[in-house]
Structures are given as C-alpha cells and as structure tokens.
Design a protein around this ligand. Structure first.
Ligand SMILES: [Zn+2]
Length: 457
C-alpha cells in the first residue's frame, strides 16, 4: 500500500523529459547535454554540444560538411558541491568543394566561453567579480574553481578591462580632482621603487584612473584625453607637495584652484622632524640610533599627535629630549610639526591664512635648526595651496572620505609585478564600475596566454 502511494506521488515527475531536465540544470542556451560522469569524487564532467545549424562556406557559399569533432574542457562554476568541467564537443566544419581551398573552421559560442579561454563565460565573470569587487585573493578564487592562479588572473584582467571599456558613464562630473603617488612595487636587486599615480575624485573617493610613474607625463596624458567641459567642471585640484603634479595642474586645468592635501602637509612636517632627530643623534653620539639612545627611544613618541600623548607619554618624551637633545633642536622641530597640525584646527579660512603666513616666516628664523627653516620655506612656497584646503572643505563638506578604499588597494598592491594587473585590480575595487554591465561584456584577450585547465578523465 505504502509503495503504491509513493509511486503515485512521483508519477508526474516521471513524465518529465530527461534531456530537457539536463539542459535546465546546465542552464546554457542552445546546448544539448550528452552525458555526465564523475571521474573522481568532488569532480563532475558534463558533456555538452552546442546546437549549430549547418554553416555555409565563407568563400563559395556551399553548405559545409562536418570535418570532425573534438572535445574541449572548460572549467565551469561548481555545482552540487562539486567542481564542474564542461566537456564541449566542438564540430569542425569544412567546405565540400575540394578546389575552394578554405581550411576547416569552428563556430564561436561566446555564451559558453570566449574563444581560446579555459573558463566558461559565467565562471570568468564570477571570478572577476569575486576578485575585483569583493577583493578576494586570486589564490582563493582559483582554489574554489580548481584552476591555477594564471587562469584566474587572465580572466580578471580580460573581463575587467572589457567592463571598464564598456562603462562609459563611470566617470561623472568631478569637482575636486586629486593626484596621489603610490608605491606600486620594488624591483630588482636594489629594490628600486616603481611608482604610480592615482587619479581620484576627492569628494566621492572614487578612483578614476591609475597611471604609471609619478611625474607630470602620465596624469597630463590622461587629462588631455578628457573632454573640455569635463575639465572645466574641476574646481579644486588636490595634490601632495609635489612639483610635477603642480605642473600638471598648472598646464592642464589652469582655472582650477590648487589644494595641498592636509595628510601630506603634516607628513612633510613629520619627515623634517625625523631628519632633525637623526642629524642631532649623529652629531651628539657619532652614530646612528641604537636601542638605548634617548633620541632613538623617543622616535615614535615624537611623531604621535600631541593630543594623543597621555601624561606618561609627555613625561617620557620630555625626559628623553632632555637627555638626547642638548641644543633643543629636536624639540623645536617637534613644536613646528605641532604648529602645522594646529593650522587644520582653525575653522576660519581668513584666520588660518594669517596664521600660516606668520608660521612660515617664524619658522625661517635663523635660531631654528635647518630642518625647521626648510619646513618654513615649504609652507611659504605652497602657501596658497595649503590655505585653499580650508575653502575647499568649507564649500563642499569633508574631503577625507577618499582614503579608506584607496588605502586598501594600496595595501594589496605590493604583490603585483605587472602594472597592467595592478591597474585593473585597483580600478575594479575602488573605481566603482557598473557591475551590471559585466553580464554584457565580451573580453578581449590582448595577447595574454590562455590559462591551463586540469585534465580529467
Ligand atoms: Zn567553399
């Protein structure tokens, strides 16, 4: 009795067409599922063939003949907790007219996989989103699909570049444009530093582009390719204290007002303080800082912001400076750094400007150590750019929203060997492409080697 009931329940399902069922599971248009096998636990091979109508010869128009059929293995997305390989039966066609001279050919099926690649289209898109959008590591994604690092990297670069090329609206109106140098890698025996420049919308924090080098050429070339009215929309040109970027802005967006990024201004003051500490260390003790030297011991306390020093920290700093800084030069430099930081606490732009003018002159007083005088000269030289920050901020709300995303990209950037890979990963992560377009783009391989697939069965 119970057995009969069970059969009755299943009866409607038995009427399902098994072939149709397989095609639904595989989920690709116009394919025929030929079979499924499991060569080893955890792996599934699905054999399919694309349904093709007989093509004609491109030269003479005669209906083609089948020359032969061969299989190609493509790695697909995992299904049912198993890694999946699509084994595609591909037909090679040829012209029946012997004297036509056309060789054999196969038809492309980009909805299954782009020609020449070993990941299916949907696996390639998935991998690109995992790595590009969610910043998962290539190794992690490669392990999930059961392929090697190069296969995933090739897919990310190819689909990523295609996505960015298709996304015409990615770069909108930009009111505040920022240039920022980033160490991209260290190269060779001497660990030579290779630099890149990040071009960022300073209001929204969107990464617009990454170009090689930190000179004026890269960003200038990029700006030269922008439409004129886009360039005219830039009101603020934000930068560190670097001559090349200033020159870039001077020539490419002369009407924009230049702004020195506060982070870099304070960093410059800290650098001068550090230089001073090391010089005094050397002059008083005749060697570079060692573990027990007072100036070496306070090197981190010196760089910390004053309000972040507690009572003990202040005591310790004062004591160490008394012991290691006989002429008070390091202390002067420390005060200079704090004075620069205080500039950013002044809410009123006019007052802030007056304060900076006085500070720049004061710091150049001959009684101060050379590092402090140099800082003073820098403040005078970059006076307008530094003061403009108060107006740029006041006019449009806080500009600090940039940093988090770009920092994460930077942190991840040191593993890259090729600029092309670094650029695409940065832009996919912090460049805000329209990820909806990923489903519509066809990658361009650009001469990269196709990946390798694990051979099964
Ligand atoms: Zn022909």
């Amino acid at each position: 009795m119970e057995v009969f009931d069970a059969i009755r329940v299943w009866e409607p399902l038995l009427e399902f067409d098994a072939t149709r069922m397989c095609e639904l599971l595989v989920g690709l248009p116009d394919v025929e599922v030929l079979g499924v096998e499991r060569p080893e636990p955890g792996w599934l091979i699905v054999m399919i063939a694309a349904i093709e109508s007989r093509p004609s010869c491109a030269r003479c128009g005669t209906a083609a003949w089948v020359k032969d059929r061969r299989t190609v293995d493509l790695t697909d997305l995992p299904a049912f907790d198993q890694r999946v390989v699509l084994r595609v039966l591909r037909t090679r066609w040829c012209c029946p007219r012997f004297r036509c001279g056309v060789g054999s050919w196969t038809l492309e099926h980009p909805e299954i996989a782009p020609a020449g690649h070993v990941l299916t289209t949907r696996a390639g898109r998935w991998a690109t989103e995992q790595v590009g959008r969610y910043a998962r590591s290539i190794d992690e994604v490669a392990a999930a699909l059961g392929v090697d690092w190069h296969t995933i990297n090739t897919a990310v670069v190819a689909y990523g570049e295609a996505l960015l090329a298709a996304d015409d609206d990615r770069i909108g109106t930009v009111r505040a444009l920022s240039l920022d140098e980033t160490l991209f890698k260290r190269q060779g025996r001497w660990r030579t530093q290779r630099w890149s420049t990040q071009i960022v919308d300073a209001r929204s924090g969107q990464l617009l582009e990454v170009v090689e080098g930190r000179d004026a050429a890269g960003p200038a070339r990029w700006l030269a390719e922008r439409p004129e009215d886009w360039l005219r929309g830039i009101r603020w040109a934000v930068m560190d204290l670097s001559g090349p970027y200033r020159a870039t802005f001077d020539t490419m967006v002369p009407d924009a007002e230049q702004v020195a990024d506060p982070f870099h201004v304070v960093k410059h003051a800290n650098t001068k303080l550090d230089e001073c500490r090391r010089r005094v260390q050397n002059e008083t003790l005749g060697h570079r800082g060692r573990k027990h030297d007072p100036l070496y011991r306070c090197r981190r306390l010196l760089l910390r912001a004053e309000e972040r020093l507690d009572h003990r920290g202040t005591e310790k700093l004062t004591g160490l400076l008394r012991a290691g800084d006989p002429r008070g030069e390091v202390a002067y430099s420390w005060h200079a750094k704090e004075a620069v930081r205080f500039f950013y606490d002044i809410p009123n732009p006019t007052l802030a400007g007056r304060y900076l003018d006085e500070l720049g002159v004061d710091l150049q007083d001959t009684e101060f150590p050379p590092e402090v005088r140099s800082l003073g000269r820098t403040l005078v030289r970059w006076r307008d750019q530094i003061v403009n920050w108060h107006r740029a901020r006041a006019s449009n709300g806080p500009a600090e929203a940039i940093n988090n995303l770009v920092k994460r990209v930077k942190r991840g950037a040191f593993g890259f060997r090729r600029f092309r890979h670094y650029r695409i990963r940065s832009l996919l992560y912090a460049g805000r492409p329209d990820w909806n377009l990923l489903a519509t783009v066809t990658p361009r391989w650009g001469g990269m080697p196709p990946g390798r697939v694990r051979r099964l069965g």
